[in-house]
Design a binder for this molecule. Structure first.
Ligand SMILES: NC(=O)C1=CN([C@@H]2O[C@H](COP(=O)(O)OP(=O)(O)OC[C@H]3O[C@@H](n4cnc5c(N)ncnc54)[C@H](OP(=O)(O)O)[C@@H]3O)[C@@H](O)[C@H]2O)C=CC1
Ligand SMILES: O=C/C=C/c1ccc(O)c(O)c1
Ligand SMILES: [Zn+2]
Ligand SMILES: [Zn+2]
Length: 362
């Protein structure tokens, strides 16, 4: 049934969503998160009610609560890397049962009738409903996983293999799926290839892990943070680290990469990075800065290079990614924190600090 993007009053939402949950919400572009009561729907016939145990922090959460993209519907309850256990399922749900280890990623609904939905690519549905900050079929604003309970249609719930620990697997639901799907689709990280990863953050560090698991001949991290060099080479096992602010390092890497995964969360000229590609090389653009990117024709025509955007992943790609990650020992590097530390974590995320450092990296 196609979602209808009608608005709903708070009273109507309370009536439609009588179940009481609690969580964290931002009420304005300061992005400060504070406790909030969240109305959730009762478990419908096709729904799964999930006790949330972990939720990853994605930079999209920060972009949204700070209104970087000018689309925030406050109060915003972020979180679309949701991991937990099933509390109950609706009577039509066959694939899940109470106690199952499950997750919800970036989407909770789609029109289910368009070409994309019929192709199993709900992430490209023009009427996709995002896990938070979106309007669902009942007109209510979706509220994400910085909460103790979520209720989602079973079609948008995935299963964690037993081999994946829920805390380290939660970020895979967005970061992992978002890099895995286009890397597979475009052959980035394939055996014998040299792949570059721009940005050693949530998406970037998982892209390095997947590239190594795919059998890439060489994985190069391209970073603005000199403090991440050791992290990239020693802990993540990248083969090379290029400091993008170092002209000599960038020149030495020019024309050497078959593909680049661009996860930069802030606007940066693409030209120096495109120069790293071999002829016919491909840049997968994932980062969503708040400002448009510019590229000159010569930067692409010279060398027959491609820039391809990619948006989240389909549910089937997400489940495939989780199964692959379990088989190949891929999980996110995480620092588990309590709800009371999330605002501090957001401040560190905004500065590009990764989990292993308390002091500035730059
Ligand atoms: N397309 C999609 O479907 C999705 C998009 N996203 C987007 O991807 C981006 C990354 O998300 P996430 O990994 O969680 O964010 P993180 O903040 O964890 O990582 C982003 C990294 O980008 C690098 N970076 C920041 N500013 C610049 C700059 N000016 N130039 C070059 N590199 C820069 C930094 O790496 P370093 O210090 O190494 O330079 C930083 O660690 C966000 O914009 C997010 O909204 C996320 C999920 C899905
Ligand atoms: O972190 C993932 C977010 C992806 C995203 C995709 C589409 C869209 O409209 C967004 O606001 C975010
Ligand atoms: Zn995300
Ligand atoms: Zn659709």
């Amino acid at each position: 049934m196609a979602p209808t993007a009608t608005t709903t009053t708070a009273a109507a939402e309370q009536q439609q969503h009588p179940r009481k949950a609690v969580g964290l919400a931002a009420h304005d572009a300061s992005g400060h998160l504070s406790p909030i009561r969240i109305p959730r729907r009762n478990t419908g016939d096709d729904d799964v009610a999930i006790k949330v145990l972990y939720c990853g922090i994605c930079h999209s959460d920060l972009h949204t609560i700070k209104n970087d993209w000018k689309n925030a519907i406050y109060p915003v309850v972020p979180g679309h890397e949701i991991a937990g256990v099933v509390k109950e399922v609706g009577k039509n749900v066959a694939g899940f049962a109470a106690g199952d280890r499950v997750g919800v990623g970036c989407m909770v609904n789609a029109c289910r009738a368009c070409e994309s939905c019929e192709d199993g690519a709900e992430n490209y549905c023009a009427r996709v409903v995002l896990t938070y900050n979106s309007r669902d079929r009942d007109g209510a604003v979706t509220r994400g996983g910085y909460s103790d309970l979520v209720v989602a249609d079973a079609r948008f719930v995935v299963r964690f293999p037993d081999a994946l620990p829920l805390d380290a697997a939660a970020p895979l639901l967005c970061a992992g799926a978002t890099v895995y799907a286009p890397m597979r689709r475009h052959g980035l990280g394939a055996p014998g290839s040299h792949v570059g990863v721009i940005g050693l953050g949530g998406l970037g560090h998982v892209a390095v892990k997947f590239a190594r698991a795919f059998g890439a001949a060489k994985v190069t991290v391209i970073s603005t943070s000199p403090g991440k060099r050791e992290e990239a080479l020693e802990r993540l096992g990248a083969d090379a680290f290029v400091l993008s602010t170092d002209a000599a390092e960038m020149k030495a890497a020019a024309g050497t990469m078959h593909g680049i995964v661009n996860t930069a969360s802030a606007a940066a000229s693409l030209h120096p990075y495109l120069a790293l590609l071999k002829p016919h090389g491909k840049m997968i653009l994932l980062g969503i800065p708040d400002k448009p990117l510019q590229v000159s024709a010569f930067a692409l025509i010279g060398g027959g290079k491609t820039i391809a955007g990619s948006c989240m992943a389909s549910i089937s790609e997400t489940q495939e990614m989780l199964d692959f990650a379990a088989e190949h020992g891929v999980a996110a590097d995480v620092e588990v924190i309590g709800a009371g530390e999330v605002n501090a974590a957001m401040e560190r995320l905004a500065k590009g600090y990764v989990r292993f450092y308390s002091e500035p990296l730059r």
